[in-house]
Design a protein around this ligand. Structure first.
Ligand code: SAM
Length: 282
C-alpha cells in the first residue's frame, strides 16, 4: 500500500492498476492471505486479498450478475445452490433473489474475508444472514470431496489459482464437483482474463472438458480487473448455456439487473476471435 494513499494492484510483472484511496477501513492477515478493505475515490469500498482487487462497490454488480444469473436462468428449477469462495457475499446475494432457490450453501475458507465484508461492505454481504443461507467456513475442495448432498448449481467464486485456490482449478476438484451435481447440474467458475491469462483459461477448459460433456467460456466487462475483459466458464452434464436458455424466464422472474439481461446472456458466449483462437482444439 502506498503512503500517498494510492493502491496499486500489480498484475503479472508488467502491469499495474492504480486506484486512489481515501481511507483504510480494515487491514489484516489471516492464515491464508492478507485482507484489506479501503474506501476509494470513485469506486466505493474495495476488498483486496493479497493486494489483488476482489470487488469494488462501483462495479461488483457486473461480476455477480454474470456469475449467478447465467446458470440460474439456464437451469429450469434451481433449488439447491453451492457457492465455493465468494466471501464478500455478492454472489450469494444474487443467488438468493431467485424465487426457486430453497438453500444456498457457501463454503469460504477464510473467516476474515467474511467478517471484514460483513462489517465494512454491506452492499455485498447484506444477505449472508439470510434464512436460506448455510454459511460454512472451510475448504471448498474438502467440502465437495466429502458432501453427500446433490446441488443443482455450483458456483466457484474463487481467487486466482494461487494458495488455497490452486486446487479449485484442477481435475480432482472438478471430478468431485461432477459427483455432487444433480443429473442436470451446472457449474460456473471464475475464468480469468483472455488478455493476460489465456494459459489458465486453456488449462481450466481442458480440465472441464475431461470431466463434463462440454464446457464454454463467456465474458463480461469489469472496470477494475486488469484488461477489463474477464470471463467465467460454464459446464453442465446436460444443458447448453444458450440453446437451453429461455429468455422469457428472465422477464417472467420480475427481477431487474444493472448488468445482466436476456440478450447479454447469449451475447456473452460470443467470444472475440483472439480468445476463440487461443481455445481452439481444447
Ligand atoms: N470476485 C473475486 C475475484 O476477484 O476473482 C473473487 C471473490 S471472493 C473474495 C474469492 C474467495 O475465494 C476469497 O475470499 C478466498 O478466501 C476464497 N477461497 C480461495 N480458495 C478457497 C478454497 N479452497 N475454498 C473456499 N474458498 C476459497
Amino acid at each position: 500500500m502506498h503512503s500517498d494513499l494510492w493502491i496499486e494492484e500489480k498484475f503479472s510483472d508488467f502491469l499495474g492498476l492504480r486506484i486512489k484511496v481515501e481511507k483504510v477501513l480494515f487491514s489484516g492477515k489471516s492464515e491464508f492471505q492478507s485482507v484489506d478493505v479501503v474506501e476509494t475515490k470513485g469506486h466505493g469500498k474495495m476488498l483486496l486479498n493479497d493486494g489483488l482487487i476482489m470487488v469494488t462497490e462501483r462495479d461488483e454488480f457486473a461480476y455477480h450478475d454474470m456469475i449467478a444469473h447465467v446458470p440460474l436462468f439456464v437451469h429450469p428449477n434451481p433449488k439447491n445452490v453451492l457457492v465455493i469462495g465468494g466471501g464478500d457475499g455478492g454472489t450469494a446475494r444474487e443467488v438468493l433473489r431467485h424465487a426457486s432457490v430453497e438453500k444456498c450453501t457457501m463454503v469460504e475458507i477464510d473467516a476474515m474475508v467474511v467478517d471484514a465484508c460483513k462489517e465494512h461492505i454491506p452492499q455485498t454481504s447484506k444477505d449472508l444472514e439470510h434464512p436460506k443461507m448455510n454459511l460454512i467456513i472451510g475448504d471448498g475442495v474438502k467440502f465437495v470431496n466429502e458432501t453427500t448432498e446433490k446441488f443443482d448449481v455450483i458456483i466457484v467464486d474463487s481467487t486466482d489459482p494461487i494458495g488455497p485456490a490452486q486446487p479449485l482449478f484442477g481435475e480432482a476438484f472438478y471430478q468431485d464437483v461432477y459427483n455432487c451435481l444433480a443429473d442436470d447440474g451446472i457449474v460456473v467458475s471464475q475464468g480469468e482474463s483472455s488478455w493476460y491469462a489465456m494459459d489458465i483459461q486453456q488449462s481450466l477448459l481442458k480440465v472441464l472438458n475431461s470431466v463434463f460433456p462440454n464446457s464454454y467460456l463467456y465474458s463480461f466487462s469489469n472496470l477494475t480487473y486488469p484488461g477489463g475483459l474477464w470471463s467465467f466458464t460454464f459446464a453442465s452434464k446436460q444443458y447448453h448455456p444458450c440453446r437451453d436458455f429461455n429468455p422469457e424466464r428472465v422477464s417472467e422472474s420480475g427481477l431487474s439487473f444493472d448488468y445482466y439481461n436476456a440478450n447479454l446472456h447469449t451475447a456473452a458466449f460470443a467470444l472475440p476471435s483472439f480468445a476463440l483462437n487461443g481455445l481452439k482444439g481444447l
